[in-house]
Design a protein around this ligand. Structure first.
Ligand SMILES: CCc1ccc([C@H](C)CC(=O)N[C@@H]2O[C@H](CO)[C@@H](O)[C@H](O)[C@H]2O)cc1
Length: 819
């Protein structure tokens, strides 16, 4: 029976109506009149899926025939954001869907708002992975994103008396229409047990793993549609399911809990995302999660993509496993285990293959963020892998000795096995030894990796270290988040910029055109009104159109220095409250914060409390006459970012130089016409180089100056003594002015600033305040500000994640698009 190829339903309004009603009636089993909003949303999602399905199946068929080299992106996090709009855009269905639904008396807007975003990530690293897979699909690069289908994503943040309270993120509660479970492709993942030596039938002495327990990894496929190229790549997220769901014998013995204990224990593996984004807790469950998804992914690729009959020596020509930070690095000894123990290769062949199949991206500069696993825990959970890591390290140190002689200090510094404070495996070192390439995520970051974080390795492996500056997808963060700006750009430049962002350069000429400037200013103003409508419904906040919108949205971390922003606000407020500054002389500003703190990060949670406390006093103080406003909408996520960023005038990128690996919010703001006040840190450096000093408010120490001050001995209290504004601001916080006179509430923050201040907030204060005065002056000339905003957009095409993918392909992957 020659089966007709799968074809998409007719992309007409009638065709869409028919498909939608079919799904509502036959898939969801409700009539339109009886349907709930969620029913209609699920039916809509299924309908959009149907239009993308044909190309997805066709791609899978074509790729399985062509067998191209494939990028396997291994990431413990994917911060995907809402899917509906992006899939409608990719399938060119937005207008048809709007009309078809209207014909059914349904508003697309209403359904859009009910979608719960999959919060399967913490922040920058997770969102970057989502931007990257979007670009790979849009550029027709064969690739699979592998990760974990957490049942609970990043916690939902609420504020109680200004303090963060975490709520579980039950994102699957109302159904998850964009996923396709494939229990038939489940992989069995083993843990625990022991290893034993044996002699195989060729008389070769080998080691084998006798696991203690195992769990099933069930894959859920998600569509990753390319933009207007008819392509759909796959994101494969693994869910943990107990091999034996239920021990009837134990149950019949009446020990009901025991009967299901194995099940719950096993299924805990993919239960929840770890909400830390800098300090690993070293929890066993975290390591179980990491091994679980990488082992499932490697077996899945070898079995279902590579297939049988391929010489393993050819593996490097068929796949590159990109390690998204250290979280998936256990994949290295896992591939070795498969090649040695299952495919019976000898060590040298297995290692030669493995070294060509991996590449490692580092996303941090904070020493405490580099993961280490104790050999006790690793040996207990993954005894065979520890054996293999020891052997890798042995051979590596042998090579180091050959090169540098018996330099014990260097040997100890470079060993994958660290001795202090306890014997542990340094995952970043393992990734560097095994990876064909190691890259940082911005020029400055990659340089610091080579000079400061891994200098011995840079010396030992010439040419291994490279850089790929981060990027963001223009589909979600311009086309979808800022449709008015998108149509203004298309009107001026044509539509090609959405997949060729460097074309934005063409806007430079328009920056000189008063008419275009007026149109741009109108877009910014309407985005502010739209944001105000959203925040009014969401949190009861209103945004005043005549206020400069000064936005700082990112995870709460001391190195990102939300405290510097707080000191600026308190300085402005103190000036008015003390009567030294007339409120009327102050440039009206609304300060918007968005930030989640890792639940165990006490100082970060205190800073959130302080921001809300300062906001309450400033917003309610009549002397301020509404010139200053502080808004802190809770639960900052991708969806809120899409509303906030297009409305922003000023982007706060104020981390201490040498601490932010790159930043990606900085790119999104610049591409939406916000000006940046920032330090020379991460990708800020490259943004400033491209937009020009006149269009960037630079302040603060450079990384070498930070190092020099640290080396000289940093005494924050000196800055407090010498700077009146700073002293008055800190004294006001210390006085209890923002805590009903109770000095104890924020005392820990004040004393930390005065006697510790690891991220030199006080040292950069005066330079920051000076920069903010420049911002006020610049904003007074709206036309010049608008010109500068347009130049920021025009000169930031480089920060497309498509360009990042081209760099990865040229420098690391060598996986050309398959058109
Ligand atoms: C184990 C705990 C943990 C979890 C996540 C992380 C991530 C690496 C933290 C992160 O998201 N880093 C951010 O990555 C972005 C994408 O490259 C960069 O733009 C940010 O500068 C960097 O902080 C470190 C440690």
């Amino acid at each position: 029976l020659a089966l007709a190829p799968v074809t998409a339903p007719p992309a007409s309004v009638d065709g869409f109506v028919r498909e939608f009603l079919h799904n509502l009636n036959f898939e969801l089993g409700v009539s339109l009149s009886a349907s709930s909003v969620n029913d209609r949303y699920l039916a809509l999602a299924q309908t959009v899926r149907d239009y993308l399905m044909a190309r997805w199946l066709d791609d899978q068929r074509r790729l399985s025939e062509i067998k191209p080299k494939t990028v396997c992106y291994l990431s413990a996090e994917y911060l995907l954001g809402r899917q509906l709009d992006n899939n409608l855009l990719a399938a060119r269905l937005t207008d048809v869907a709007t009309e078809a639904l209207a014909a059914c008396g349904v508003s697309l807007e209403e359904l859009r708002e009910i979608e719960v975003e999959p919060g399967l990530g913490n922040g920058g690293l997770g969102r970057l992975a989502a931007c990257f897979i979007d670009s790979l699909a849009t550029m027709s690069v064969p690739s699979i994103g592998y990760g974990i289908r957490y049942e609970y994503g990043i916690f939902r943040q609420t504020f109680v008396d200004g303090q963060q309270v975490e709520q579980p993120d039950s994102w699957l509660r109302l159904g998850s229409p964009w996923e396709f479970p494939h229990p038939e492709a489940a992989q069995t993942i083993s843990f625990g047990g022991h290893t034993e030596k044996y002699v195989d039938d060729d008389g070769v002495e080998r080691s084998r793993w006798i696991p203690g327990w195992n769990v099933l990894a069930v894959p859920y496929n998600y569509m990753v549609p390319g933009y207007h190229n008819g392509r759909v790549n796959t994101l494969r997220l693994w869910r943990a399911v107990a091999t034996s769901s239920f021990d009837l014998r134990v149950f019949n013995s009446g020990d009901y809990e025991e009967a299901v204990r194995a099940q719950t224990y096993a299924e805990n593996i993919s239960k929840v995302l770890y909400p830390e984004d800098s300090t690993p807790q070293g929890k066993e469950l975290r390591l179980q999660q990491q091994y679980f998804f990488v082992a499932a992914s490697i077996s899945d690729f070898l079995e279902n993509v590579l297939g049988d009959g391929v010489e393993l020596e050819k593996l490097p020509s068929r796949v590159i496993f990109q390690l998204n930070d250290t979280h998936p690095v256990i994949a290295v000894p896992e591939l070795m285990r498969v090649l040695l123990d299952e495919r019976r290769l000898d060590w040298d062949d297995a290692w030669a293959i493995t070294q060509q199949c991996f590449a490692y991206t580092c996303h941090t500069l904070l020493p405490e963020a580099l993961e280490v696993w104790s050999v006790d825990l690793l040996g207990r959970l993954l005894p065979r892998h520890l054996e293999i890591i020891y052997r890798i390290n042995e051979e590596f140190l042998e090579a180091v000795r050959e090169r540098f002689g018996d330099d014990e200090m260097r040997i100890r510094n470079m060993s994958i096995i660290g001795e202090h404070p306890y014997r542990s495996v340094r995952m970043a070192y393992l990734a560097t030894v095994a990876g064909a390439k190691v890259n940082g995520v911005a020029e400055l970051h990659s340089q610091l990796l080579r000079d400061k974080v891994l200098p011995d390795f840079d010396e030992f492996y010439p040419g291994k270290f490279t850089n790929v500056t981060n990027g963001v997808t223009p589909r979600r963060f311009i086309r979808l988040a800022n449709p008015d700006l998108a149509s203004l750009i298309t009107e001026a430049l044509g539509a090609g910029w959405t997949i060729d962002l460097e074309r934005l350069r063409g806007l430079e000429a328009y920056a000189e055109d008063p008419e275009f400037r007026a149109k741009f200013a109108a877009v910014k103003a309407s985005n502010k009104r739209r944001l105000s409508d959203v925040l009014h419904v969401r949190d009861g906040f209103d945004v005043s159109e005549d206020h400069m919108l000064d936005v700082m949205v990112k995870r709460l971390h001391e190195y990102k220095r939300q405290m510097l922003k707080v000191l600026h606000i308190v300085t402005e407020y103190e000036g008015i409250a003390s009567g030294r500054v007339a409120a009327s002389a102050v440039q009206p500003r609304t300060f918007v914060f968005g930030a989640k703190a890792a639940p165990g990060y006490i100082m970060a949670k205190r800073i959130i409390h302080l921001i809300n406390a300062v906001g309450k006093v400033v917003n309610e103080d009549p002397r301020v006459e509404g010139r200053l406003k502080v808004l802190f909408p809770p639960n900052y996520n991708v969806t809120l970012a899409e509303r906030l960023i297009p409305a922003a005038d000023l982007s706060e990128q104020i981390s201490l130089a040498g601490k932010e690996a790159s930043g990606t919010g900085n790119m999104k703001f610049a591409l939406n016409g916000a000006l940046t006040v920032g330090t020379d840190d991460g990708a800020n450096v490259e943004i400033r180089q491209l937009v020009g000093d006149d269009n960037f408010f630079l302040f603060g120490m450079t990384e070498p100056e930070v190092e020099a001050l640290w080396a000289k001995g940093y005494r924050p209290a000196d800055f407090y003594q010498q700077d009146d504004d700073l002293r008055r601001a800190i004294d006001l916080i210390a006085s209890g002015a923002f805590s009903d006179g109770d000095r104890s509430v924020f005392e820990p923050i004040v004393s930390n600033l005065l006697y510790d201040d690891r991220f030199m907030v006080l040292a950069d204060y005066s330079s920051y305040i000076a920069a903010q005065a420049q911002v006020d002056a610049a904003y007074a000339d709206q036309d010049a500000w608008t010109r500068s905003a347009i130049l920021n957009i025009a000169r930031c095409g480089f920060f497309s994640s498509d360009r990042s993918m081209r760099d990865y392909i040229d420098r690391i992957w060598h996986t050309p698009p398959v058109l």
